[in-house]
Ligand binder design. Structure first.
Ligand SMILES: CCC(=O)NCCS(=O)(=O)O
Length: 332
């Protein structure tokens, strides 16, 4: 792809890497997450159906996936626009928007947001997890899936001329399903043709990141240009984290701002606090992985927007960066 080589492809066109500024590599600006609805606990049905209000905020923070309306981030375009203007004021430059096929990607909205806020937005190509794959997707060969992903980057996606700039987030469950394995192989083949970055959503099991990387590797993917997302809810043991880091992908801690007691998708997981995320990053830096770390908020529900009392897209720049600086360099 000679035209794009060495450039960043945003929804408004190509820019130089030097124009990116501070970049959140894993966010969603418009999407739906009904595929991950969790039925409310007995007795909570009323809360789950009530309008989002301050008095319910704590319940919502603890049960974000049990409130159907909370899963419709696509209804909040104006609020997201305000947030992006604040993000720019806070020093933000770019956002990688990870919404792929299956969770209602909306490229015209991304283009409008980029035009109206001045934030560079890079859209994601490819497919989310198996439960969102259509029958048509399941029937496709790896070659057909590859052609679609390549076309989303070279020509535009979803019937528009708006081009994606990365592949991902590519969704995988645990265990990884046959349909997801096909998409992973197609992702690797498309990356070989395009040379662009890949972003993977691993299943909720400590073996999931390594298994996804192995499948990409066997299909010829470039692991040094691959991002493993959501490590903060997936890999906890320091030795296992180092074993994974040696495989060579970028290591992404992208759930900053998410603090919940019971992680409903895997009750064995203790979701870390932001302080624990910062400690995990300090550990990786001490071990020599400073240049392989990426961070973001992965906002994908309404309640995390400042409109609803959430932390918003500027939380890392306003709160986490000062926290990191207050801890100094890990060797200090
Ligand atoms: C679409 C957003 C997404 O998949 N976020 C990850 C949520 S979790 O698997 O880490 O709970």
């Amino acid at each position: 792809m000679p035209e794009q080589s060495g450039k960043v492809q945003t929804v408004l066109g190509l820019i130089e890497p030097g124009q990116l500024g501070r970049t959140m590599t894993h966010e969603h600006l418009t999407m739906t997450f009904e595929c991950s609805h969790v039925p409310p606990a007995p007795g909570d049905e009323g809360l789950a159906a009530a309008p989002i209000e301050m008095k319910h905020l704590h319940w919502l923070q603890q049960n974000p996936y049990s409130h159907s309306e909370n899963l419709l981030l696509n209804q909040e375009i104006e609020a997201v626009k305000e947030e992006l203007l604040c993000y720019r004021k806070a020093g933000g430059g770019s956002i990688v928007e990870n919404t792929t096929t299956g969770i209602t990607r909306n490229l015209p909205v991304l283009r409008k947001l980029a035009k109206e806020t001045g934030v560079h937005i890079i859209a994601g190509a490819g497919y989310y997890v198996d439960v969102t794959h259509s029958d048509e997707t399941r029937k496709m060969t790896v070659e057909k899936l590859t052609d679609i992903i390549v076309s989303e980057v070279l020509h535009g996606a979803d019937g528009t001329d708006i081009r994606c700039g990365v592949i991902g987030e590519i969704g995988t469950s645990w265990p990884i399903t046959e349909s997801e394995k096909k998409v992973l192989r197609a992702t690797a083949h498309a990356q070989t043709q395009l040379g662009c970055p890949v972003i993977i959503h691993p299943g909720r099991n400590k073996a999931a990141p390594g298994e996804a990387i192995r499948i990409l590797q066997e299909a010829g993917g470039n692991i040094s240009k691959t991002v493993m997302s959501h490590l903060d809810r997936t890999l906890f043991d320091q030795q296992e984290l180092l074993e994974f880091a040696k495989m060579g992908s970028y290591l992404e801690y992208d759930l900053f701002g998410t603090e919940m007691l019971n992680y409903p998708f895997n009750l064995d997981v203790d979701m870390p606090s932001d302080s624990q995320r910062v400690q995990a990053l300090a550990f990786l830096i001490r071990e020599g992985y400073e240049d392989r770390i990426l961070i973001a908020h992965d906002i994908h529900t309404k309640h995390r927007l400042t409109k609803y009392g959430g932390h918003g897209f500027s939380h890392i720049l306003k709160n986490i960066v000062p926290k990191m600086l207050s801890r100094g360099k890990p060797t200090d």
